[in-house]
Design a protein. Structure first.
Length: 344
């Protein structure tokens, strides 16, 4: 298509997911950009009306990416699409294609877009605590707050994928084609957050190994029994979804000179699975939540840290979660989840 009809836009892949819902709502409220939502499933009607375009397709579909390149002038990519940790273990090769090859295709799209409009394309990438791999429960308990450069030995395909994509993003941002005679800056401004377990009131969890926390909440609100697949004493970091969205937007807005690294830890609270059950029981008397650890999934969670060090995010771009543990459950999760199931 002719250049004059190319439209400045923000592209969001995996738009139907938990984070996609919140991100689209926030960006739509700002009202200063065209939102292009993309997912392998039809975009939810509630989201479509907030977007300039809602595309159904695979991030590995080169024709679809060519269409995006021809119709829009993309200045920001929020690459949320991924095959999550539990599902990835059943189909590791498919996970690699989606999580790695899909990311690489979008990084190439970002380079092409930057060449078109002459400014760097911001590439926001949600990573995960799955990139960590502590060797034992004892080591996990002794490690305390784990920093970004520590224990980067993941045991899952998802964790391997996320860690490698972080490296790809760093390469495309800082070292792209560094030996080429016609070396150029790639035009990619890659920024990544290693998210803890995310708990959302708006959407049902869908395949993450940290989803035992939101699964407890959603099951109790529906009056359903739930067998938690980890031990009662298990502890990993968590965050309420609104804080995750705020963090992505804050990292997007941070001036490049303020960023000392391309990948950042963030966290909000680290309750045990047993503590989460107690909170749920206070709100839903008689909720049938029991612990029935799945040895294999438990072994994966045991490699993730009990807490992470997010000093760099707080220092570089002012990260500060609005929801601590009490506020997350009392003011966000419980009221919203109760409302969700009362109206359904």
């Amino acid at each position: 298509m002719a250049d004059h009809i190319r439209t400045p836009a923000t592209l969001i892949t995996g738009a139907n997911g938990e984070m996609g819902h919140g991100l689209i709502e926030r960006l739509a409220e700002q009202g200063n950009q065209r939102i292009i939502a993309m997912d392998v499933r039809p975009i939810d009607e509630s989201l479509r009306e907030r977007c300039s375009a809602a595309l159904v397709g695979d991030i590995l579909d080169t024709r679809l990416l060519e269409r995006l390149a021809s119709e829009y002038e993309i200045h920001t990519i929020y690459h949320l699409a991924a095959l999550l940790s539990t599902r990835a273990e059943f189909t590791p090769e498919s996970a690699h294609r989606v999580n790695v090859e899909g990311t690489l295709s979008l990084l190439k799209l970002a380079i092409e877009q930057s060449r078109w409009h002459g400014t760097p394309v911001k590439f926001l990438f949600p990573s995960s605590i799955a990139v960590y791999g502590l060797p034992s429960v004892d080591a996990k308990r002794k490690a305390g707050k784990v920093k970004e450069g520590e224990w980067n030995t993941p045991v899952t395909m998802y964790g391997c994928n996320k860690l490698y994509c972080e490296h790809l993003g760093r390469y495309y941002t800082r070292h792209y084609r560094q030996l080429a005679a016609d070396a150029e800056k790639s035009g990619v401004d890659f920024r990544s957050i290693r998210f803890p377990g995310l708990i959302s009131a708006a959407t049902v969890p869908s395949g993450g190994t940290s989803d035992y926390a939101p699964e407890m909440l959603h099951a109790a609100a529906q009056g359903k029994g739930y067998a938690c697949f980890v031990r009662e004493d298990v502890r990993i970091p968590f965050m309420a979804m609104p804080d995750a969205i705020t963090a992505m937007l804050a990292l997007h807005e941070a001036p490049p000179a303020a960023l000392s690294q391309v990948v950042y830890n963030i966290t909000a609270f680290s309750p045990s699975a047993g503590a989460i059950r107690e909170i749920v029981h206070r709100e839903f008397a008689g909720a049938d939540i029991r612990f029935s650890p799945d040895d294999k999934r438990q072994a994966i969670v045991d490699t993730w840290p009990e807490d992470v060090d997010d000093t760099a995010a707080r220092r570089d771009w002012g990260f500060s979660p609005a929801y601590d543990q009490a506020r997350a459950f009392e003011e966000y999760l419980m009221p919203e989840i109760k409302r969700r199931y009362r109206s359904s």
